[in-house]
Write a protein that binds this ligand. Sequence first.
Ligand code: G3H
Ligand code: 13P
Ligand code: ZN
Length: 363
Amino acid sequence: MARISLRQLLDHAAEHDYAVPAFNINNMEQGLAILEAADQVSAPVIIQASRGARQYANDIMLAKMIDALVEMYPHIPVCMHQDHGNSEATCATAIQHGFTSVMMDGSLEADAKTPASYDYNVAITRRVVDMAHWIGVSVEGELGVLGSLESGQGEKEDGHGFEGVLSHDQLLTDPAQAVDFVRLTEVDALAIAMGTSHGAYKFTRKPDGDILAMGVIEEVHRRLPNTHLVMHGSSSVPQDLQDIINQYGGEMPQTWGVPVEEIQRGIKFGVRKINIDTDNRMAMTGQIRRILTEHPDEFDPRKYLKPAMEAMRKVCRQRLEEFGTAGHAPQIKALPLSAMAKRYASGELSPKFGAHAKQQAAE
Ligand code: G3H
Ligand code: 13P
Ligand code: ZN
């Protein structure tokens, strides 16, 4: 059984200069597509469930599904991660259901809408880190609010994210504050706000540095070279997937996502986890639309879910190859969470700061 903690996986990725995509899961088809892709290219993988996914699928169903996937693919290290936890309770119940990693998103208050104060973020993230590390589970934190640098809008989607206009300061992670945040919370990974947002409608043109601030990643990495960075909202929204949806009756306005080459640049600057949901949603939806349009007499869900799974598997495989994750599964021997807990207790996994951060602390 190869269920792995986020920390162990991202430490391996950092050591070998690659990153790991974190694919969202809501149902069996997505789980099978992710693991088939990982198996085809011998890659470790992160599967993540949002609060919405947990409500949709039911915690027990999700937990048993992950058990099944891990049993079917025992040679693939699988990290099971809570996406955008909004409270201590959300993180605790995820751990109860076998998650090996949680995100405590304290950039927003518990309503997952209102931008939180820095002090609130530090305090709640620290509490979750204490609880999780006692039992060897990893924690991702977030500093800065996700949203568009083009419009200044937060990214309210499916009940998550701020609705309204934010200042540039709120939309961009402050690198100096990131050092302080990691020191105070001891998170295992840090999500950076730099102009990405969830969903398909990220940019109205191919993004440049004004609206996709990769420079923030570079500066945070310069100050925190040993901290694993996370890019949210990192679907690339490929043109061919937009075209398939629209060719078969969809009405998606033209849009742009995060170009893969920008993510690859981020990987050179400490990005180790890349969150992808929208691309997979679009891949599945395109095939479902195609089958139902071409065969309007069809009513067996397997007839459209199988091509949908196949399209999602292709996207997952492509990202595992593009991010350098492919080929690394056989090198990793997943440690049980009890061993990770001992490593945290010994101080071995406490944050290590580069010269620049030490200088900042002294000032
Ligand atoms: O956090 C964003 C992911 O795309 C999950 O979306 O909350 O609609 O499941 P969701
Ligand atoms: P996308 O909507 O770009 O796929 O981002 C997903 C995400 O960040 C989940 O946390
Ligand atoms: Zn996200």
